[in-house]
Design a protein around this ligand. Sequence first.
Ligand code: CTP
Ligand code: CA
Length: 221
Amino acid sequence: ASALRPIGTLTGRHILVTSGPTHEPIDPVRYLANRSSGRQGHAIAASLSRLGARVTLVSGPVALEDPAGIATIHVETAREMRDAVRNALPADAAVFCAAVADWHAETALQKIKKNGAAPNLQLVENPDILREVSRLDEQRPRLVIGFAAETENLIENARRKRARKGCDWIVANLVGTASDVMGGMENEVTLVTENDIEPWPRAGKSAIAEHLAARIAEALA
Ligand code: CTP
Ligand code: CA
Protein backbone atom coordinates (compact mmCIF):
# COMPACT_ATOMS: atom_id res chain seq x y z
CA ALA A 1 0.00 0.00 0.00
CA SER A 2 2.85 2.38 0.73
CA ALA A 3 3.75 2.57 -2.96
CA LEU A 4 0.28 4.01 -3.62
CA ARG A 5 0.39 6.61 -0.87
CA PRO A 6 0.66 10.15 -2.24
CA ILE A 7 4.04 11.54 -1.20
CA GLY A 8 3.94 14.04 1.63
CA THR A 9 0.56 13.06 3.00
CA LEU A 10 -0.46 11.06 6.02
CA THR A 11 -3.12 8.87 4.45
CA GLY A 12 -3.24 5.49 6.20
CA ARG A 13 -1.32 6.71 9.24
CA HIS A 14 -2.66 6.76 12.78
CA ILE A 15 -1.40 9.64 14.91
CA LEU A 16 -2.05 10.21 18.58
CA VAL A 17 -2.16 13.75 19.99
CA THR A 18 -2.55 14.85 23.62
CA SER A 19 -3.81 18.35 24.33
CA GLY A 20 -4.95 20.68 27.08
CA PRO A 21 -4.25 20.68 30.79
CA THR A 22 -5.13 17.98 33.26
CA HIS A 23 -7.19 18.64 36.37
CA GLU A 24 -6.16 16.90 39.56
CA PRO A 25 -8.93 16.93 42.17
CA ILE A 26 -8.21 17.99 45.74
CA ASP A 27 -11.76 17.44 46.96
CA PRO A 28 -15.18 17.24 45.21
CA VAL A 29 -15.13 20.95 44.28
CA ARG A 30 -11.44 21.89 43.82
CA TYR A 31 -8.56 20.88 41.57
CA LEU A 32 -4.94 21.64 40.64
CA ALA A 33 -4.48 22.77 37.05
CA ASN A 34 -2.39 24.94 34.73
CA ARG A 35 -2.92 27.62 32.08
CA SER A 36 -2.99 25.42 28.97
CA SER A 37 -5.92 26.22 26.63
CA GLY A 38 -5.47 23.19 24.36
CA ARG A 39 -5.32 25.48 21.31
CA GLN A 40 -1.90 24.27 20.11
CA GLY A 41 -2.66 20.57 20.53
CA HIS A 42 -6.10 20.81 18.94
CA ALA A 43 -4.62 22.75 16.00
CA ILE A 44 -1.98 20.05 15.52
CA ALA A 45 -4.66 17.35 15.52
CA ALA A 46 -6.65 19.29 12.90
CA SER A 47 -3.57 19.84 10.69
CA LEU A 48 -2.62 16.15 10.81
CA SER A 49 -6.19 15.20 9.93
CA ARG A 50 -6.16 17.59 6.95
CA LEU A 51 -3.07 15.77 5.66
CA GLY A 52 -5.07 12.55 5.72
CA ALA A 53 -4.06 10.97 9.03
CA ARG A 54 -6.49 9.14 11.26
CA VAL A 55 -6.04 11.13 14.46
CA THR A 56 -6.89 10.18 18.02
CA LEU A 57 -7.00 13.27 20.22
CA VAL A 58 -6.78 12.72 23.98
CA SER A 59 -7.83 15.98 25.55
CA GLY A 60 -7.89 17.31 29.08
CA PRO A 61 -10.62 19.77 30.08
CA VAL A 62 -10.69 22.61 27.51
CA ALA A 63 -13.20 25.19 26.33
CA LEU A 64 -12.78 24.14 22.68
CA GLU A 65 -15.03 22.21 20.30
CA ASP A 66 -13.91 18.71 19.36
CA PRO A 67 -12.16 19.13 15.97
CA ALA A 68 -14.41 17.90 13.15
CA GLY A 69 -13.77 14.33 12.03
CA ILE A 70 -11.32 13.51 14.82
CA ALA A 71 -11.92 10.81 17.43
CA THR A 72 -11.64 12.82 20.64
CA ILE A 73 -11.31 11.18 24.04
CA HIS A 74 -12.01 13.41 27.01
CA VAL A 75 -10.09 12.91 30.23
CA GLU A 76 -9.63 14.87 33.40
CA THR A 77 -6.56 13.63 35.26
CA ALA A 78 -3.05 12.63 34.20
CA ARG A 79 -3.77 9.05 35.20
CA GLU A 80 -6.86 8.99 32.97
CA MET A 81 -4.81 10.54 30.15
CA ARG A 82 -2.17 7.84 30.50
CA ASP A 83 -4.79 5.08 30.28
CA ALA A 84 -6.47 6.69 27.23
CA VAL A 85 -3.10 7.06 25.49
CA ARG A 86 -2.12 3.46 26.12
CA ASN A 87 -5.52 2.27 24.86
CA ALA A 88 -5.15 4.34 21.67
CA LEU A 89 -1.87 2.66 20.68
CA PRO A 90 -0.54 1.49 18.29
CA ALA A 91 0.16 4.68 16.38
CA ASP A 92 2.67 5.67 13.73
CA ALA A 93 3.46 8.90 15.55
CA ALA A 94 2.50 10.54 18.84
CA VAL A 95 2.53 14.23 19.70
CA PHE A 96 2.43 15.04 23.41
CA CYS A 97 1.20 18.59 23.54
CA ALA A 98 -0.77 18.33 26.79
CA ALA A 99 0.38 20.29 29.81
CA VAL A 100 0.09 17.33 32.15
CA ALA A 101 -0.02 18.19 35.84
CA ASP A 102 3.13 16.87 37.46
CA TRP A 103 1.43 15.88 40.71
CA HIS A 104 -1.88 14.76 42.06
CA ALA A 105 -3.20 15.03 45.58
CA GLU A 106 -4.97 12.46 47.63
CA THR A 107 -8.59 13.45 47.00
CA ALA A 108 -10.70 14.21 50.06
CA LEU A 109 -14.14 12.60 49.83
CA GLN A 110 -15.86 15.66 51.29
CA LYS A 111 -15.23 19.34 50.69
CA ILE A 112 -12.28 20.43 52.83
CA LYS A 113 -13.55 22.97 55.38
CA LYS A 114 -11.75 26.16 56.35
CA ASN A 115 -11.63 25.51 60.07
CA GLY A 116 -8.25 26.10 61.64
CA ALA A 117 -4.94 25.35 59.89
CA ALA A 118 -4.58 25.42 56.11
CA PRO A 119 -4.70 21.90 54.64
CA ASN A 120 -1.41 20.19 53.96
CA LEU A 121 -1.68 18.80 50.43
CA GLN A 122 0.36 15.64 50.10
CA LEU A 123 1.35 15.65 46.43
CA VAL A 124 2.33 12.49 44.56
CA GLU A 125 4.06 12.50 41.17
CA ASN A 126 1.91 11.64 38.15
CA PRO A 127 2.92 9.06 35.55
CA ASP A 128 5.14 10.61 32.86
CA ILE A 129 3.16 9.66 29.77
CA LEU A 130 5.69 10.89 27.22
CA ARG A 131 8.52 9.04 28.92
CA GLU A 132 6.51 5.83 29.22
CA VAL A 133 5.51 5.82 25.56
CA SER A 134 9.02 6.78 24.40
CA ARG A 135 10.39 3.76 26.21
CA LEU A 136 7.85 1.20 25.03
CA ASP A 137 9.26 -1.83 23.31
CA GLU A 138 6.83 -3.14 20.75
CA GLN A 139 4.23 -0.37 20.75
CA ARG A 140 6.59 2.60 20.53
CA PRO A 141 5.38 4.89 17.74
CA ARG A 142 8.02 5.44 15.07
CA LEU A 143 8.07 9.17 15.80
CA VAL A 144 7.50 10.45 19.35
CA ILE A 145 7.30 14.22 19.85
CA GLY A 146 7.23 16.04 23.17
CA PHE A 147 6.77 19.67 24.07
CA ALA A 148 8.87 21.51 26.62
CA ALA A 149 7.53 24.60 28.30
CA GLU A 150 10.41 26.36 29.99
CA THR A 151 10.77 29.68 31.75
CA GLU A 152 14.58 29.82 31.35
CA ASN A 153 17.57 28.13 29.62
CA LEU A 154 15.27 26.99 26.79
CA ILE A 155 17.63 25.04 24.57
CA GLU A 156 19.70 23.45 27.29
CA ASN A 157 16.60 22.33 29.20
CA ALA A 158 14.94 21.06 26.03
CA ARG A 159 17.96 18.99 25.01
CA ARG A 160 18.19 17.46 28.45
CA LYS A 161 14.46 16.81 28.44
CA ARG A 162 14.69 15.07 25.06
CA ALA A 163 17.39 12.76 26.36
CA ARG A 164 15.66 12.09 29.66
CA LYS A 165 12.31 11.25 28.06
CA GLY A 166 13.73 9.24 25.18
CA CYS A 167 11.57 10.97 22.56
CA ASP A 168 12.67 11.86 19.03
CA TRP A 169 11.81 15.56 18.87
CA ILE A 170 11.10 18.25 21.42
CA VAL A 171 9.13 21.35 20.49
CA ALA A 172 10.44 23.87 23.00
CA ASN A 173 8.87 27.15 23.95
CA LEU A 174 9.45 29.83 26.54
CA VAL A 175 6.50 30.39 28.84
CA GLY A 176 5.86 32.57 31.82
CA THR A 177 5.62 36.24 32.60
CA ALA A 178 7.76 37.36 29.65
CA SER A 179 5.46 35.75 27.08
CA ASP A 180 1.77 35.34 26.40
CA VAL A 181 2.18 31.93 24.80
CA MET A 182 0.44 29.71 27.33
CA GLY A 183 -3.27 30.31 26.89
CA GLY A 184 -2.61 32.77 24.02
CA MET A 185 -3.12 32.59 20.26
CA GLU A 186 0.52 32.65 19.14
CA ASN A 187 3.53 30.53 19.81
CA GLU A 188 7.27 30.80 19.32
CA VAL A 189 9.02 27.45 19.29
CA THR A 190 12.36 25.82 18.64
CA LEU A 191 12.41 22.30 17.22
CA VAL A 192 15.07 20.20 18.95
CA THR A 193 15.94 16.97 17.14
CA GLU A 194 18.78 14.53 17.63
CA ASN A 195 21.23 16.60 15.60
CA ASP A 196 19.54 19.97 15.10
CA ILE A 197 18.28 23.07 16.84
CA GLU A 198 15.77 24.84 14.60
CA PRO A 199 14.22 28.11 15.80
CA TRP A 200 10.91 28.80 14.03
CA PRO A 201 9.55 32.32 13.63
CA ARG A 202 6.81 33.41 16.02
CA ALA A 203 3.46 32.58 14.41
CA GLY A 204 -0.17 31.75 15.09
CA LYS A 205 -0.75 28.39 16.71
CA SER A 206 -2.44 27.07 13.57
CA ALA A 207 0.55 28.05 11.39
CA ILE A 208 2.87 26.27 13.82
CA ALA A 209 0.56 23.26 13.68
CA GLU A 210 0.58 23.21 9.85
CA HIS A 211 4.35 23.33 9.79
CA LEU A 212 4.75 20.59 12.38
CA ALA A 213 2.24 18.37 10.56
CA ALA A 214 4.18 18.81 7.32
CA ARG A 215 7.41 17.87 9.09
CA ILE A 216 5.77 14.78 10.56
CA ALA A 217 4.50 13.76 7.11
CA GLU A 218 8.02 14.17 5.73
CA ALA A 219 9.54 12.11 8.57
CA LEU A 220 7.04 9.26 8.14
CA ALA A 221 7.21 9.21 4.33
N1 CTP B 1 4.44 15.02 29.90
C1 CTP B 1 3.72 13.84 30.01
N2 CTP B 1 3.36 13.38 31.23
C2 CTP B 1 3.70 14.06 32.34
C3 CTP B 1 4.44 15.26 32.26
C4 CTP B 1 4.78 15.71 31.00
O1 CTP B 1 3.42 13.23 28.99
N3 CTP B 1 3.35 13.58 33.54
C5 CTP B 1 4.85 15.48 28.56
C6 CTP B 1 4.22 16.78 28.12
O2 CTP B 1 3.06 16.53 27.38
C7 CTP B 1 5.32 17.36 27.24
C8 CTP B 1 6.59 16.85 27.86
O3 CTP B 1 6.23 15.72 28.65
O4 CTP B 1 5.27 16.86 25.94
C9 CTP B 1 7.36 17.79 28.71
O5 CTP B 1 6.54 18.32 29.73
P1 CTP B 1 7.22 19.25 30.81
O6 CTP B 1 6.23 19.61 31.83
O7 CTP B 1 7.94 20.34 30.08
O8 CTP B 1 8.33 18.23 31.38
P2 CTP B 1 8.55 17.57 32.78
O9 CTP B 1 9.31 16.31 32.56
O10 CTP B 1 7.28 17.46 33.54
O11 CTP B 1 9.56 18.55 33.49
P3 CTP B 1 9.34 19.93 34.30
O12 CTP B 1 7.87 20.23 34.37
O13 CTP B 1 9.96 19.67 35.63
O14 CTP B 1 10.12 20.95 33.49
CA1 CA C 1 5.88 19.22 33.95
